[in-house]
Design a protein around this ligand. Sequence first.
Ligand SMILES: Cc1cc2nc3c(=O)[nH]c(=O)nc-3n(C[C@H](O)[C@H](O)[C@H](O)COP(=O)(O)OP(=O)(O)OC[C@H]3O[C@@H](n4cnc5c(N)ncnc54)[C@H](O)[C@@H]3O)c2cc1C
Length: 352
Amino acid sequence: MLTARFPYFFDACHSEIEMEARRFRGSGSIRDRVAALGGTGLLRHVVPRPGALPDSRAVAVIRAALAENDPLDDLALVIQGLGAFPLSREPGNEAWLDDARAGCRVLAFGLTEPGAGSDVQAMTSFAEPDGDTWRLTGVKHYISNAPDCDLAVVFARIEGRPACFVVESPEVETQRVAGHSIGRILLDRSRAQLVSRRGLALALGTLDRFRPTVGGAAIGIASAALHLTLKHIQHRQQFGAPLATLPVVRLRVADMVLKLEGATLSVLHACWRRDHAAPDERTGADSAIAKITATEAAWEVVDQAVQLHGALGVDEEAGVEPLLRALRPLRIYEGATDVLKSVIAASVLESS
Ligand SMILES: Cc1cc2nc3c(=O)[nH]c(=O)nc-3n(C[C@H](O)[C@H](O)[C@H](O)COP(=O)(O)OP(=O)(O)OC[C@H]3O[C@@H](n4cnc5c(N)ncnc54)[C@H](O)[C@@H]3O)c2cc1C
């Protein structure tokens, strides 16, 4: 339990939240998992009441607990949060937020386009007025949970400036990314409701808010890999003794623990900073440091886990290989590692 190991980062409420997340067991489709999460009340931590902001430490410990057991449960939870955050920053969206919090409507967050990935400002999707509503044209791709979604929060330009919209039951083409429910949202003069003309600020604000918690998911996946490895090396006999008796293997285990510990401290520090900062204060550099530290460290931990399992490490049914596939996209989405390094460099240079 993170709240027990690092109590100085947490408030009294956090250990119960972490225990609730540890008890959760989702199954089936993203829609089934979102509904089950709604039944527990865990979604209220990513979809808070109007005017409130998500508590980053709560989101991080929930994500770590869910991802350790099943990364799909983590995705079911966090995409509700990404979709809801822009809605929560504007008045009049309470009904959508209530449904998102209860888990009875599945949300998606559609920012990325074929020509606008890391460079979100290159987006070309656009909006045209149509009476009281709008018509959107463009394509959003690699959108998590899109195949299951009821409400897609998407970004498109009004007279050149990115704005934020909701499209109900969008047309979606499924894409194939292992271990994900993901797809292309096809906007062909699709009817949409305007959420805000401050689209870019809302999109970047959402990513800024949730970025350190990606590290929470990474440490959950890395913890699962470490636990599988500890079990395996104590059981697997080679050269007449368990692998765990070999000095080189013990050194590898120590390296995994070191990586995981550093990653955890970095994530909890960034989340603590976010929770104690003024609502509009930017904590982007801490978030970027935490996301890079955790996702890169977790990648090394999971890679070591594969190695120490031998052939079982790449066997799709043995438990470690799915962790590798679940973890890899975390180093790409919500700011690829090298893109976030420019955020860190800019922050250090500005304050020097
Ligand atoms: C599993 C998964 C789920 C996703 N879910 C969502 C979602 O729900 N909603 C959504 O909107 N998007 C989502 N995405 C898209 C994701 O946000 C983008 O993939 C990401 O922003 C990178 O964009 P890109 O793939 O176009 O890569 P590109 O922008 O083409 O970048 C490719 C690589 O080039 C390098 N690079 C690019 N720019 C720079 C730079 N300025 N400095 C240094 N190096 C650079 C980096 O190594 C980068 O990884 C998801 C992606 C994946 C894989």
